[in-house]
Design a protein around this ligand. Structure first.
Ligand code: UDP
Length: 358
């Protein structure tokens, strides 16, 4: 006998940058979504009763029937009582776990907050899932789990060395992956797909949703976008003396909508898999800071100001991936170019110079 509970996928951190784009992809495939987000890193509505702006905009992107399949619960993914209510009310087929703190610099200052929220919260989430026989998870991991690569270690494949992470944020991703691997080894009911993101950038092509960092952006592209709308005077380039094509850092930038589709691809293969699996999600192409600035300037129609500064402690010269395993096993490849990443980011930023705030 089937349950009369509403079915759906639980998305932790669904109001965040990658989470929100994934929610769009899920709804467009008519998958009901239950978002849990405590809004510490996302813009809340002034009126507590209203949906957060990002979710209101998602409802504008998808059709009304799909919009009705979106449910929002304000709270933390590690809140056991709240999870109890959610797992009792809904028949959750899988959890996509984006929730967690993500600022590299902050994690060095407040490591215990990072370990407690990211690792401690995830343990509670896993235990609640276990209790309700929900044993499918897609985990939002990161390229930062890889040990610093030398020139001969690139591109990074899933077999590349992990650990010895450069900051507590990265360590939380590394530890959670290990916890999930051990769990899958011990309990054969579990299937976990851990997606290691390279550098997610861009925005939804509608310009409705995108990245809306609180305070001064830590990452390159949101910072450049704020320079373009004149919220910031110039870009500080952290070093031009790396062993790279133009001396600036090289990264594997991937369009956030491509990344979101990586999650729906993973969701499709979950029932056919068992145990713990990791996949790189990137393009396999390295682009330098100066190149990104130039591409963005071309989209905006003027050169954007920058200053060369000291290197940022802990930064690596070059990171890019071999994404062939995701292609082989998930049927996923990144399709969008760096130009499209810049165009879509500019669409969002120029339409929303102050992010989701009016
Ligand atoms: N970067 C920079 N100025 C900034 C932010 C980043 O020059 O304000 C550089 C950084 O040194 C790195 C690249 O841009 O080479 C990507 O940095 P981001 O923080 O976006 O990603 P991550 O370093 O975590 O891969």
């Amino acid at each position: 006998m089937g349950s009369d509970k509403e079915q759906g996928v639980l998305v932790t951190g669904g109001a965040g940058f990658i989470g929100s784009h994934t929610v769009v992809e899920l709804l467009e495939r008519n998958v009901p979504v239950i978002v849990i987000d405590n809004m510490t890193n996302a813009t809340a509505s002034k009126d507590e009763e209203e949906l957060p702006p990002v979710l209101q905009r998602i409802k504008k992107i998808v059709n009304p029937q799909q919009g009705e399949k979106l449910h929002f619960i304000k709270g933390s993914f590690g809140d056991v009582e709240l999870l109890e209510k959610i797992f009792t009310k809904y028949a959750i087929s899988a959890v996509i776990h984006f929730g967690g703190f993500k600022a590299v610099g902050e994690s060095k200052e407040l490591p215990m907050m990072y370990y407690s929220n990211n690792v401690g919260g995830t343990l509670k989430l896993i235990q609640s899932m276990q209790k309700h026989n929900v044993t499918n998870m897609i985990f939002s991991s990161s390229a930062t789990v890889y040990s610093a690569p030398g020139p001969d270690d690139l591109p990074l494949s899933e077999k590349s060395l992990t650990g010895s992470c450069t900051c507590p944020y990265a360590s939380t991703k590394f530890f959670i992956e290990n916890i999930l691997r051990d769990l899958c080894y011990a309990d054969k009911n579990w299937t976990v797909i851990s997606l290691r993101y390279f550098n997610p950038v861009g925005a939804h092509a509608s310009g409705e949703i995108g990245e809306d960092p609180k305070g001064i952006p830590n990452n390159l592209m949101p910072f450049i976008a704020q320079v373009a709308v004149k919220r910031r005077e110039h870009l500080n380039i952290y070093g031009n003396d790396y062993q790279t094509k133009d001396g600036t850092g090289v990264r594997d930038y991937v369009h956030v909508v491509d990344l979101a589709k990586g999650h729906t691809a993973a969701l499709d293969v979950l029932p056919k898999k068992n145990g713990f699996h990791t996949y790189n999600l990137g393009t396999g192409i390295g682009t330098s800071v100066l190149e990104m600035l130039k591409y963005f300037g071309e989209v905006v129609g003027r050169e954007l100001p920058y200053k060369i500064c000291d290197r940022r402690p802990g930064d690596l010269a070059v990171m890019y991936c071999d994404a062939s395993l995701a292609e082989k096993e998930l049927g996923w490849t990144a399709t969008k170019s760096v130009k499209e990443m810049c165009e879509d980011l500019w669409k969002f930023q120029s339409k929303n110079p102050n992010g989701y705030l009016p």
